[in-house]
Design a binder for this molecule. Sequence first.
Ligand code: URA
Length: 237
Amino acid sequence: MERLDKILANTGRWSRKEVRELVRAGRVAVNGVPVHSPEGKWDPAAEFAVDGVSVSGERMVYLMLHKPAGLVSATEDPKQPTVLELLPDHLKRVGLFPAGRLDKDTEGLLLLTNDGVLAHRLLAPRRHVDKTYFVQVEGQLDETDVEAFSTGMTLGDGLVCMPAGLEVLGQPDTAIVTLREGKYHQIKRMLASRGKPVRYLKRLTMGPLKLDPALKRGEWRPLTEEEMAALRLAAGV
Ligand code: URA
């Protein structure tokens, strides 16, 4: 059993002070009954609602991971190791999943959370949450590739891609790709269709989130308050 103000503040949506105000204003119900004591103790698995909208009392966790190559972006896999294996045991049991997958051989920024609402909104193409990637290809990228990306490509396998950014860097086999969507193997398929297969791929950003340069491959950390606020704004929650 935990205090109501702690349970609701743990969701990350309100501070304890805000929760106390909501409770005192009669806007919080537990198991369908309005409650008036922020100190009252409840099971976090109870049914909580604020202004009639259901809120999970289970703790919401948001982690930034620097995914290394060799792990799959899944919560379980019969044959291959998953990114969850990088976490300590207590974090393996809170229902975390990757918000937006990276291929097994792709590295970089991966958001792990158990907040299904935020993840869903963040990944919806209509939200226009851009993701950027560093890419190295076989061959040399040029203006014709930039043009093809910017107009939106239809691939030989029928995949219709939204317009995407391609900024060629100093070494013409390297670039920053900006995507608004995340279809299966999308960057690899787009570049393969240009005859320039991907040799290396790393996600750098996802909306306002930037891969922390202090995180080495395989390392993770919780999001900061500022990152959380920016992510919520981007996801519209
Ligand atoms: N595009 C790909 O091809 N692979 C990824 O992992 C991400 C984007």
